[in-house]
Design a binder for this molecule. Sequence first.
Ligand code: AMP
Ligand code: MG
Length: 484
Amino acid sequence: MSSNGFKIEHRYLELPDSFYTRVQPTPLKDARMVCFNHDLAREMGFHSGNPEEWTGVGAGTELLEGMDPVAMKYTGHQFGMYNPELGDGRGLLLWETLGPDGRRWDWHLKGAGMTPYSRFGDGKAVLRSTIREYLCSEAMAALGIRTTRALFMVSAKDPVRRESIETAAALMRVAQSHIRFGHFEFAANHEGEEALRALVEHVIALHFPHLIDLPRDERYQRWFVEVVERTGRLVADWQAVGFCHGVMNSDNMSIIGDTFDYGPYAFLDDFDAGYICNHTDQGGRYAYNRQPNVGFVNCQYLANALLPVMKEDDVRRGLRRYEVAYNERFLQNMRDKLGLALEDASDLSLIMDTFSMLHEHHVDYTLFFRGLSNLTSRGSSPIRDLFVDRSVADEWLERYEQRLQSETRAHDEREYQMRKVNPKYILRNYLAQQVILEAQGGDYKPMRELLEVLKKPFDEQPDFEAFAAPPPDWGKHLNISCSS
Ligand code: AMP
Ligand code: MG
């Protein structure tokens, strides 16, 4: 196995012992490699001519030299309630590697069996949710949104009891860091100041090295500001692409601002501001239009955890950066989507009115913006056809054309840039559902094909026009729960 293109480390083990427990993976039966991300492997500094050689590692039957699997301990707020009993209940951090560009990669095997933090869970991951995580993390990366990645996945024969009997799978999830806001809540609430400081210093040293040499108070302050800003920007990116996370608990918030933990997520089809993608979220706490605020609430949980080691004033000042970072990024994202290169005081009201219109008329969010990016070549029909009442579209288009008059770019150039930010292909729930059904029947070709399409979300791919279609009736209201 040519694992020599990267350097092996395991810096997480430098944290105090309370942050982890050593656990060996539980082997899966008759595992089979079903998807391997060669492009990502290259980024990470290695090459696999034969992905099968990684099957044993994915199945938990083989460890490479240097792998030292641990379950990480964290706590967190789930739906607003503090839960001290969390931690890696079915995933293990195997090691960290450093690629040729110096980037660090945590290798986390999700579906590796029970750990001391499994509580009532079985430590397993099912095929359905493993495919969903694989597809979405790669789709998000291709959209240019910060995310954990999928290196490979195996499927197995082991039966797993959920609402029905399903089969097991495991995902090698990789990310620059698997440390969550919940790690800090654990340290602050259960371990005390020294452990908390160790954790802060660890994260700064590994992921915010440009801050290392600052005096301590300033170091912590600047670091907290960056975490808050990254979180605000991440959520602004989600909103702009129509992504609903579904379970924005503080244990699912990455300290480096990655999209983290793909469960019942969804991309919006018809725009619906209050869309709830997690059917166990009855109150709609994590509805699409609440995500920006929930991102802030999570930063508040983090802020509370940091109070033992930071001045209250610094924490408060850092929190204020959330709204600024969110608004700036969101406005920029929407200007880009609309193709507005010059700033106009009326842009915000145009943007908000556009959202209201899309909501009121149940317009497909992705098709609308993609259509706008092709007005010159295709005219307004693709947009007008999205509306039952075309006069609404006409009125809006007139206002939009008016606004475009103050732009100086050529139409072609504007639309070319717009097609680079308005995806043609997103991971609609029904698309995921289709390839999952095929995979459950043993055919992984459709999944791999969908993945290839999602890797180039901004390109026209004439052979795959069907993947850009809005959902058929059966695919409009799929219930996706947390039971993964
Ligand atoms: P999640 O809903 O994936 O964010 O997980 C919340 C908590 O439940 C975390 O502590 C997980 O490790 C744990 N958990 C989720 N699924 C399982 C499972 N099948 N077995 C054990 N623990 C689990
Ligand atoms: Mg989680």
